[in-house]
Design a protein around this ligand. Sequence first.
Ligand SMILES: Nc1nc2c(ncn2[C@@H]2O[C@H](COP(=O)(O)OP(=O)(O)OP(=O)(O)O)[C@@H](O)[C@H]2O)c(=O)[nH]1
Ligand SMILES: [Mg+2]
Length: 443
Amino acid sequence: MSVKAAKDTARTPGRGGPEVRRADAPHGIAATDPEQVRNVSLVGHSGAGKTLLIEAMLAARGMITRKGSIAEGTTVSDSDPSAVRQQRSVTLSLVPLLVDGTKVNLLDTPGYPDFIGELRAGLRAADAALFVVSAVDGIDATTTALWGECESLGMPRAVVITRLDHPRADYDGVLAACQQAFGDAVLPLYVPVRSGGVTSGLLGLLTGTVSDYSAGEAAAGSREVDAGERAASEAARGQLIEGIIAESEDETLMDRYLGGEDIDTDVLIADLETAVARGSFFPVVPSSAVTGLGTAELLEVLTRGFPSPAEGGLPEVTDLAGAPGAALACDPDGPLAAEVVRTTIDPFLGRVCLTRVFSGTLRADTPVHVGGHGLADRGHQDHDTDERITHLYSPLGPNLRPVAHCVAGDICAVAKLGSAETGTPFRRRTSRSCWPPGRCRSR
Ligand SMILES: Nc1nc2c(ncn2[C@@H]2O[C@H](COP(=O)(O)OP(=O)(O)OP(=O)(O)O)[C@@H](O)[C@H]2O)c(=O)[nH]1
Ligand SMILES: [Mg+2]
């Protein structure tokens, strides 16, 4: 992220000089309601297609006028010269986009193992993880281990199987591998519709409709499944419905379903959304970043299935002496609690801290207590300083777009803080609360 990029953005809405590619660049997006935020980390092995999938989602929402390319080094996420040279992500990148009033903070993480710290930062900032799996290459041991790690944290997850346009794509084989590695609660909501050897659309197993992507992006409408498609997808639909019902809190539902009752689609969708947000059911969406296949469906899963920060976990809090303190709430009017998830040095702005706000609201001019203790093992000296927030930004990849505030649940960049480091909490100056536990000094 750079201030130069921010200034360029203010002059012309698009990285890459006169070529205007970006529709919204000068304006940062600042959420006002935590319920209308989703923080989603994209994870998966290097080359799975995370960065290009984000391009496809930005294009689908009209936030860029055309998709960037990895080979040309023109994607929103991979602007770092080293990323362009290596043709892979090397840093964590925040890409917010608006979906029907919901701000979706996509956190693009590098899959290459050398950049594991960036992946960790992405997961720290997120409330849910989107596992991106290539239909060409499948999953690797690292991705399976990462799934286990998210599982132990109870983090909601979904799987997107990408690159379905590729001639060597093996969707069925890769889906089976995901189910074997991640478990039985990994089930597709859609099945690919193929015509003339290419995947041209997606059949919604619950909705019974087909969306047509043969023109390169989602068609304006969708059509009803035909009799042949219905028969061919019956087994997958049955499996999905049983999977959802198995997670339902309504214990009568399974007996009613097995007794032949047609369960209302709205009931199934509501139970599905609850199970996804709870982290006990993991929807699969087939996609292609090249044709745009599945982008609308994926965004629906992210906004309707994944939890808002208001439903997610909050850091444990103690008082300054280390005794359990009053729990935080994801409330914009609550006491300030925020944490730096990643720090970069900008030649003009100095330290730029990617910051997740858990409680309260950060504003330009907010006085904050910046404290950091107990991180000596990571080479950080203990520090306790009072500083004033001066510049707040909503990053879009490399571009820092000014915003007036950042509410509980949202993620922003804070510049010009002297002492903040990765892992540093921000608190109200007068706060008597402490987190992470043991990282404060009595004052
Ligand atoms: N045909 C096809 N190629 C794709 C698709 N998605 C990604 N690719 C290509 O796959 C390669 C890797 O894509 P990226 O988006 O950089 O993958 P990544 O997961 O971000 O990789 P890392 O940044 O290293 O973690 C690039 O050459 C892309 O052009 C897709 O849907 N279809
Ligand atoms: Mg990438």
